[in-house]
Ligand binder design. Structure first.
Ligand code: DNO
Length: 356
């Protein structure tokens, strides 16, 4: 496995490449061109710029998260073909600099969703929080406004402003799209882009829905083992893979995370590891990576990855905000660095044991 760290780019992240480089065992950054509007081609010169910056710190750029999917592709509108064409061009440009994995998601309207970005925890740190009752009681507009106001001066990853500009009309457009239609639109997209990804040496890795259940009546199609199986079977290509995200799938305790790793290990080029702590009313908070702090079997998941020959990329996922760090919600330096070391520790324990 190779340890990586999500980085938002020069001038767009409070964390420097120098800091990332100093986390033990760190091999690469997980990156994206966050300023290119969704649906547009990523220019090769811009891509090369990031590669050069990271390489100067001995970090590779083999994982991109995310090349986001235009809503017209998810909605299956006639204009999707142009956006799919653009996606292929972006993949070709990424292939030219040696990118190996492109993470993406197929969530309608919003990417990940929380009600509180800085919820105070018992130890005085803050973390991302999903308040189940609040989501049921509020309109999407109210929750989005609340999140944006609370993001302080940071943009939220995966929340492109152009996607959210006209929330109401986006919701209207999804009124006739059920899970079946959405899945068809995903398959249409994959059938088009997988051959291109294959020829560029890139694996596509769909990210699970976060949370992995419908919110505000929107369809969700990457929620559990059955959904993943359906997607992997629908398009038979080595480029058709998944991002295993413990925190997203683990937001539904009915998901058996170890079983999911064991069942799909050969199709997981990229793993996000984080813990979540569940509450009785269905709410959850993103705790530290430590098993004892949350509800997920983090070390069993790492063990399952190890035992199933996982040789992809891994990254610590969202962390808490600790030691008074001012940072992008979920993406500070300190707690994610602790997470990376926790993953390394567990991994090394299995590797060393295996060598005895
Ligand atoms: C949130 C992340 C998501 C995720 C994308 C993948 O912080 O988990 O933004 O990276 O959904 O496409």
């Amino acid at each position: 496995m190779q340890m990586t760290f999500r980085w938002y780019g020069e001038g767009n992240d409070s964390i420097t490449l120098k800091q990332i480089r100093q986390i033990p065992g760190m091999k690469g950054v997980v990156w994206a061109l966050h300023d290119i509007p969704v649906g547009e081609v990523w220019p090769l010169e811009r891509i090369e710029e990031v590669v050069k910056q990271a390489n100067a710190y001995d970090l590779h750029t083999q994982v991109v998260e995310s090349v986001n999917i235009h809503e017209d592709i998810k909605l299956g509108l006639p204009s999707r073909d142009q956006y799919i064409q653009n996606y292929k061009e972006t993949l070709k440009n990424l292939g030219k600099v040696g990118v190996k994995v492109v993470c993406y998601n197929f969530m309608p309207v919003f990417d990940w969703f929380r009600t509180d970005l800085f919820k105070e925890m018992e130890d005085g740190s803050t973390a991302l929080y999903f308040d189940s009752e609040k989501v049921q009681a509020l309109t999407p507009e109210q929750v989005v406004k609340n999140m944006e106001e609370n993001a302080k001066d940071f943009t939220l990853p995966g929340w492109e402003p152009e996607r959210l500009r006209d929330l109401q009309s986006l919701f209207e457009q999804y009124r006739n799209i059920d899970e079946g239609n959405l899945l068809k639109n995903l398959i249409y997209f994959l059938e088009e882009v997988c051959p291109v990804a294959e020829s560029c040496g890139i694996k596509l890795a769909i990210h699970p829905d976060d949370p992995p259940f419908s919110i505000f009546g929107l369809p969700r199609i990457v929620k559990n083992k059955e959904d993943i199986q359906r997607i992997l079977h629908a398009v038979d290509s080595p480029a058709n893979g998944i991002t295993f995200c413990s925190g997203s799938l683990g937001a539904n305790l009915a998901n058996d995370l170890v079983d999911i790793v064991q069942s799909f290990a050969h199709c997981i080029p990229f793993a996000h590891i984080r813990n979540v702590k569940h509450f009785e009313d269905g709410s959850f908070i993103e705790s530290s990576h430590l098993v004892a702090d949350g509800s997920l079997p983090i070390t069993d998941i790492i063990k399952a990855l190890y035992e199933n020959g996982f040789d992809g990329y891994i990254r610590p996922d969202h962390g808490r905000h600790i030691w008074d760090e001012e940072c992008r919600p979920g993406y500070g330096l300190y707690d994610r660095a602790l997470g990376a070391m926790y993953i390394h520790g567990a991994w090394d324990a299995y590797v060393l044991k295996g060598k005895k």
